[in-house]
Design a protein around this ligand. Structure first.
Ligand code: NOJ
Length: 471
């Protein structure tokens, strides 16, 4: 679909056009204003854990440049900015509240509101205080209760102005990638701990939802990264079972406890040897399935999957680290990811916009009581080239965003209740174990000067927002 045709599309009334970042990826000031180590600060010091030995000390220096970054958002015409608060800044060492840490977010929220931009706050985007990792991290049930207390502190400071609250971002990554494959912080390769982390993050979500609801929050949700698990050969029982297992570990292990208050039977059976049944205590699933007001969907690519060992071409969840890593597919390490004939981004992720449509439509069909959906992340990394005049003609990213938005429009036509879209990311930033090597921004960041330049994709996105607003 051309930009012109997309600009003519009609969007539901009040559709939110936004862009997203996360604290650890953009803020920098990693040890300023009272902030102490998060697990990512510590992980970045492990040799070979992050590409090129990059760290989070300066990142995009958003901590110091926040007012001008908000001006950029205004220039782009964003309705909403999705950001996260850093637990290690708000409660360094998870001891007491740090007023300077909360003040940073309070100023950010004020700046956004003064610019007419809706703050969309995520409480956990992967940066657990390192002190809590030292007492077991997410494998320790107590961490869920510590999260509830932190959520309450943030709500008490910002709940008078922030209306949209997300508990967790992509718990798949902060549990299975962090504790089983070890490609993400804290870098553990302990399948049992990973399974415990899944359940304890669910519990933390439910505890926070109940607490914030009692305090008056009205728009509460969670963001999941979901995929379409497509069997390489839909007639082959081995491939079909691999797709089932991937769907279990990437999608249903999150969707079903949260939305239905149950773990899928096949997931329970597959993870029985890893102790899932043992850590679910009476009442947990009721807490976990506390009603939510929206579901955030992050989608970048689908997964073609096989159960045959010869079809491996690499796992799109394997990360860019240079040290040996395990598999996030607990109990199903033999799952492989064949390639299909599709273009790929710089992450080596396939480009298939129709996958987003299929996912959104499927969610509505499979979960009748599904709350409204927001695409809380979608975007692409490409190796940008800066022209002599400083501009960035990122045609592939521009097309990626346009084609995925067309796909969202199609999903809405087919009945999906999608109410907003956030491009990942506003700024080039710290791409976890890939360090600064992969750029997702619609705004370029020059890591030598920290200067920002709106890329062509940002300009095109701004035009689309303007067209949608004036339709
Ligand atoms: C999802 C994560 O939420 C975000 O932090 C990350 O940078 C993007 N995917 C791209 O990998």
């Amino acid at each position: 679909m051309s930009e012109r045709a997309l600009a003519g599309a009609t969007w539901p009334k009040g559709f939110i056009w936004g862009s997203a970042t996360a604290a650890a990826q953009v803020e920098g000031a990693a040890h300023e204003g009272g902030k102490e180590d998060s697990i990512w600060d510590a992980f970045a010091r492990v040799s070979g854990a992050v590409h090129g030995g990059d760290n989070l000390e300066i990142a995009d220096d958003h901590y110091h440049r926040m007012p001008s970054d908000v001006r950029l958002m205004r220039e782009l015409g964003l309705d909403s900015y999705r950001f996260s608060t850093s637990w290690a800044r708000v409660r360094p060492g998870d001891r007491a509240v740090n007023p300077d840490g909360l003040d940073f977010y309070s100023r950010l929220v004020d700046e956004l509101l003064e610019s007419g931009i809706l703050p969309w706050l995520t409480l956990y985007h992967w940066d657990l205080p390192q002190t809590l990792e030292e007492t077991g991290g997410w494998a320790n049930r107590d961490t869920a209760f510590r999260f509830r207390d932190y959520a309450e502190d943030v709500y008490e400071a910002l709940g008078d102005r922030v209306t949209h609250w997300t508990t967790f971002n992509e718990p798949f990554c902060s549990s299975l990638l962090g504790y089983a494959s070890g490609v993400h912080a804290p870098g553990r390769q302990e399948p049992r701990a990973a399974v415990a982390a899944v359940h304890h993050q669910h519990l933390a979500h439910g505890l926070a939802v109940n607490t914030l609801r009692t305090l008056g929050a009205q728009n509460l949700g969670i963001t999941l990264n979901l995929t379409n698990a497509i069997p390489r050969d839909a007639e082959d029982p081995v491939d079909l079972d691999a797709a089932r297992r991937l769907d279990s570990l990437a999608n249903r292990i999150f969707l079903e406890p949260l939305l239905l208050g149950i773990y899928p039977e096949d997931t329970l059976a597959d993870l029985e040897p890893y102790g899932l049944g043992d850590i679910i205590l009476p009442g947990d699933l009721e807490t976990i399935s506390a009603p939510i007001d929206f579901l955030g969907v992050n989608h970048y690519h689908d997964d073609l999957v096989s159960g045959h060992p010869d079809s491996a071409v690499g796992d799109s969840h394997s990360g860019g680290a240079e040290r040996p890593t395990g598999s996030p597919w607990v109990g199903s390490e033999h799952i492989t990811f064949p390639s299909r004939d599709l273009p790929r981004t710089a992450m080596d992720w396939e480009v298939n916009p129709d996958g987003l449509r299929a996912l959104l439509v499927r969610l509505g069909a499979e979960y009748p009581a599904l709350p409204p959906l927001y695409i809380t992340e979608n975007g692409a990394a490409y190796d940008d080239v800066v022209s002599a005049d400083g501009t960035v003609h990122d045609t592939e990213r521009t097309a990626f965003i346009r084609d995925h938005l067309a796909s969202v429009a199609e999903a809405i036509e087919q009945g999906a209740d999608v109410r907003g879209y956030f491009v990942w990311s506003l700024l080039d930033n710290f791409e976890w174990s890939y360090g600064y090597d992969k750029r997702f921004g619609i705004v370029r960041v020059d890591y030598d000067t920290l200067e920002r330049t709106i890329k062509d994709s940002g300009l095109a996105y701004a035009r689309l927002i303007q067209a949608a607003h004036s339709a």
